[in-house]
Design a protein around this ligand. Sequence first.
Ligand SMILES: Cc1ncc(COP(=O)(O)O)c(C=O)c1O
Length: 437
Amino acid sequence: MRAWLKTHRHAAGIRHALEWTQGAYSLVRRLAARDDRPALDGGWPVRLIGMPPPRPFTRPERSALRRAARAQSTSFFDGEAVRTFEARLADRFGCRHALAVSSGTAALHTALMAARVGPDDEVIVPAMTYVATAMAVMQQGAVPRFVDADPGTWNIDPERIEEAISPRTRAIIPVHIAGVPCDMEAIGAIADRHDLSVIEDAAHAHGSTWRGRALGTVGHLGCFSFGSPKSITTGEGGAVLTDDSELFARARIAMNLGETAPEGGSPMEHAFFNPQTRLDYTMVGWNYRMSTLQAALGIGQLDRFDRIRSVRARNGAFLHDRLGALDGLAVQRVCDDASPCYYTFPFLLEEDCPLDRALLLQGLAREKVDVRLWSNLPLAAYEVFGRDGEFPVAQRLCENSVGLRVDPAVGSAELADMVTAIRRLLEWGRGREPVRA
Ligand SMILES: Cc1ncc(COP(=O)(O)O)c(C=O)c1O
């Protein structure tokens, strides 16, 4: 206990010392710097010390993880914690059923299996998203049909969806990029007209709402990722949400190797442990089970999700206002009836931006501001997807956007530093046009 207290105090002491040093440096920089040159051009960097690293797990979560490991359960996937986590997820996001799985990709694949998407069926996916969205479609033997992005929201362009629909189309997967909602009204109307399932990829959108409803609960099925940089994380992990009991029952079977109890559903009560259980395997399924260790972390994350949500939403709103007001940059358009909880905050370098992305990234690294990049290409450009089609909007967004951190370790000082660094670089670039890396 004493050793733990000592280590803990030591770590907290180091953190405070770093924060204090950075605060003192910022003051001196403001008083002493004669000009506003960026560090790239010999000025004082906005930060002396790098940004504080993300700290996704607090003490109660770490203790819960230790307790779960100490329980020495022989049944990591079948433990109470997984069921509790599922019940808490359903309750927090306002839907009837939640199914915990091993990753966001597993959640998408499970949702596709539940929706009976099969070999040679087609599924509409956005051209700009993480590879997992389309890869899950391929895992099911189906064909992703890509649709370009809307230049305002960066999400799938609803105006272009119908031209990609064929008699083989079975589902649409809208992705709420960075936590900004897709136009779910337009997508829902298209799905109704063509009798398609809507599977929301809400991997970036925990806690974002649209017309007062949690994203991930608007379509027939919704999928979350709990991978490490996400707003709720269990290290790796994911979940499928739905209000539809039939889809839920099928999803539960699909994510547990097709295992089915006579009374229907998957009991998660293995014949290894209970000789009375008569199992059958009724469909091809996969092992996508979540462990009790992950669930213990997830329950802790949900306990403080209101706080996580409000910090991310507030940090994102700050960057949205400040960066959206700078000439040469654009941010995602958010519709009036939406409240985004950002996963990361992306912005776009427009054509009139005086710097290109490579130079901006170099400049931000010198200012010690963290960035996160998106894929450099629309998905359709990758070999595995057959390098199929042209997606000019997605291409421009992929090539010219930059993501900033909004996680709870980022405070108001770091946000102000990000904006100062970007503004300085833009002004400097404008004075020296044209500037390219
Ligand atoms: C849009 C999107 N969908 C799906 C996934 C897949 O999630 P996971 O990494 O948990 O498999 C990710 C992961 O970052 C993602 O960004």
